[in-house]
Ligand binder design. Structure first.
Ligand SMILES: [Fe+2]
Ligand SMILES: [Fe+2]
Length: 287
């Protein structure tokens, strides 16, 4: 019998895919192929330090991002949805990298969870890209934030740190900021947009929950109390601290205990929410 291609090879290829539509297809194909037993649970290909990116959008440091125009203006709406599209695009790679980089260590259930998440992020991106086109734009028509991969790179050697930061801080942040954005979008009469955001919010609760589940299992396996391990990893890798307000009910549904995150808010935290942080659950890494 011919040997099946390895899971790591397929994930690596999807990560390196540059064009947005091709990446969406690649992420969904890896997930489907894995489910159908077309890939071997073999990790013989390293994950790239940086995933493939299309020529556009141009990636800019946060302080070089142009102003977005007034909320509610056509330009403002386009900029908002473009920012969310970028978050979802990077989220595809974050989930693929999680499965491909740490799958050998954490096992098949872990891989299945994060490939499912990758396929959902691909769906989120595709829905938003379609919505952007409906308003005369497309992914790449504006510049985007360059920092979204930083947290992944910083935690590339430690699965506990990766789980602590990516699903449990960044995606959890999406749970906090999406409801307000959803309300504004609905109030503006954009029903399609509101439906997309609701779908994303529902999915993101499960993404955070997957992060919590595997993080806690990992902590238990290493004999460390999950809460203190999480807090110390967040302090080390997410130095700006968490930001209020928290969506306690969505965080609770995801299994994130309130007493874990409330203690990590710096006293200077302003509590302002930037809609650019919404939806994909990934907020720009603070540098
Ligand atoms: Fe997600
Ligand atoms: Fe998402």
């Amino acid at each position: 019998m011919a040997t099946l291609p390895s899971l790591s090879q397929a994930i690596n290829a999807a990560l390196l895919t540059r064009q947005p539509r091709a990446k969406v297809m690649a992420a969904r194909k890896v997930t489907r192929d894995w489910r159908l037993g077309r890939l071997a649970f073999r990790f013989d290909t390293p994950m790239p330090d940086a995933p493939g990116r299309p020529d556009a959008p141009e990636l800019l440091a946060p302080n070089r991002m142009p102003r977005r125009g007034k909320a509610g203006s056509v330009r403002g709406r386009l900029a908002l949805w473009h920012a969310v599209a970028h978050i979802e695009f990077v989220a595809i790679d974050l989930a693929l990298d999680m499965a491909g980089r740490f799958g050998a260590q954490l096992g098949e259930a872990f891989v299945a969870d994060f490939l499912q998440i990758a396929a959902e992020e691909a769906m989120h991106f595709a829905m938003i890209e379609r919505h952007l086109r409906g308003m005369g734009g497309h992914y790449g028509c504006l510049p985007a934030h360059s920092g979204l991969w930083d947290a992944a790179y910083e935690t590339r050697h430690d699965v506990a740190a990766r789980l602590a930061i990516v699903p449990m801080v960044l995606e959890a942040r999406g749970l906090d900021v999406t409801p307000a954005m959803l309300e504004r979008v609905a109030a503006s009469g954009d029903e399609t947009g509101a439906k997309i955001l609701q779908r994303i919010l529902d999915d993101e609760v499960r993404h955070v929950a997957a992060g919590v589940k595997h993080f806690v299992a990992r902590a238990e396996a290493s004999g460390q109390p999950a809460d203190s391990l999480w807090k110390s990893l967040v302090q080390r890798h997410f130095k700006s601290g968490l930001k209020k307000p928290f969506n306690d009910s969505a965080r609770g549904s995801a299994g994130l205990p309130r007493d874990w995150y409330t203690g990590l808010v710096p006293l200077t935290s302003s509590g302002n929410t930037d809609p650019r942080e919404a939806a994909g659950g990934i907020r720009p890494s603070p540098r």
